[in-house]
Write a protein that binds this ligand. Structure first.
Ligand SMILES: Cc1cc2nc3c(=O)[nH]c(=O)nc-3n(C[C@H](O)[C@H](O)[C@H](O)COP(=O)(O)OP(=O)(O)OC[C@H]3O[C@@H](n4cnc5c(N)ncnc54)[C@H](O)[C@@H]3O)c2cc1C
Length: 327
């Protein structure tokens, strides 16, 4: 009997949607494995509400790791608890969302267990002979590489939210267990939660938005607040960014970065301002229905992957749109 673990990240009082996407893929993988497979939802900390939601998620078993130190999010302690669980349960595969939390936990756990981690996978499949194939973008997304970790367990893979559909999720109610993480008894964590703030913006997370207004380096610091104003004019909208905008500190929300190391998105309309069209970014927008790009360079690479091209200054177009919408 083999086990596939799926990390159940908490999102407020519910479970992050990426859990359902990964559970669905885990179910597909299990159908192509020669031995019987049990699917596990793994929750670290959390409350009764989380546990109840997970119990109905279709996983065969749900494990909640408990300890007072796990009440606040802490990648150091979370990965210690998960290490203890993996050593006792010996899962074959461990799937984790490529979220801010998941991208801290998965590699930390991989190092602790001395196993491989395939990060930001674009696809996961099971080949003949129970070979777990983890497909990752390489060379700036221009080629896809296949990563195999045949001799180390668990084989850990991270996948961005929104990449898989939750359509093949199993159904039914699983058994739930609470396990005390005894490795944390008496442990003094090196990382301390100082403050947590609730984001009160009415904008949606990029992976849920139907309209994304995305800014690149060409928008500049002074133009950045205009993106928010434009996006706020639409329902079900979000502001996205490229890597340089995040690096410059024009936005501090790394969850809004789109691309290889950020999110994959599927909006109805993606409006990009001052973005060059690097493969690392556009690989995250390839499922958008309509791409409209504004760039002052008429030969910009982004236009090759856009449905509509606007050759103009990003600031001027943003200001004109705001003026138009205030009429
Ligand atoms: C391993 C790795 C992972 C990465 N992951 C990501 C990722 O997930 N997401 C991501 O975005 N990047 C990622 N990057 C970085 C990526 O390769 C590019 O460097 C980045 O996407 C470029 O961002 P940009 O288009 O905003 O900036 P730039 O490349 O600097 O382009 C700015 C564009 O704006 C235009 N412009 C300038 N001024 C104006 C103006 N006034 N009006 C209109 N247009 C103007 C320019 O013509 C240019 O085309 C990654 C890189 C690596 C190595």
């Amino acid at each position: 009997m083999k086990k596939i673990f799926v990390y159940a990240e908490k999102s407020g009082d519910s479970i992050h949607p990426v859990y359902y996407e990964l559970l669905s893929r885990a179910n597909l993988l299990s159908e192509n494995m020669s031995e019987e497979v049990l699917l596990y939802g793994v929750l670290v900390g959390g409350n009764g509400g989380h546990l109840k939601e997970l119990a109905a998620s279709g996983a065969d078993k749900v494990i909640q790791l408990t300890h007072s130190i796990l009440d606040s999010e802490n990648p150091e302690c979370y990965s210690m608890a998960l290490e203890e669980l993996c050593r006792s349960e010996d899962p074959e595969i461990f799937l984790v969302g490529s979220t801010v939390e998941g991208t801290e936990i998965a590699p930390t756990l991989g190092v602790k267990l001395k196993t491989g981690v395939a990060a930001h996978c674009m696809d996961l499949r099971m080949d003949e002979g129970d070979v777990f194939v983890q497909v990752v973008p390489a060379f700036g997304g221009k080629v896809l590489g296949e990563i195999l970790t045949p001799s180390h367990k668990p084989q850990i893979a991270t996948v961005k939210p929104g990449l898989f559909q939750p359509d093949n999720a199993p159904s039914g109610a699983g058994e739930t267990f609470s396990v005390h993480a005894s490795s944390l008894d008496g442990y003094k964590a090196g990382i301390e939660l100082v403050e947590s703030k609730i984001n009160e913006s009415r904008l949606l997370p990029v992976e849920k938005a139907e309209i994304i207004v995305c800014g690149g380096f060409g928008v500049g610091e002074e133009g950045w607040p205009l993106l928010d104003k434009i996006a706020s004019n639409f329902d079900r909208s979000a502001v996205g960014c490229t890597r340089p905008a995040l690096d410059e500190g024009w936005t501090i929300n790394e969850n809004t970065m789109i691309g290889t190391s950020g999110k994959s998105v599927r909006p109805k309309v993606y409006l990009g301002f001052g973005i060059s069209g690097a493969a690392h970014h556009v690989c995250g927008t390839s499922d958008a229905d309509i791409v409209i790009s504004v760039n002052h360079d008429e030969n910009a690479e982004i236009f090759k992957t856009s449905d509509y091209k606007v050759v103009n200054d990003a600031g001027k177009v943003l200001s004109a749109l705001i003026e138009q919408s205030s009429r």
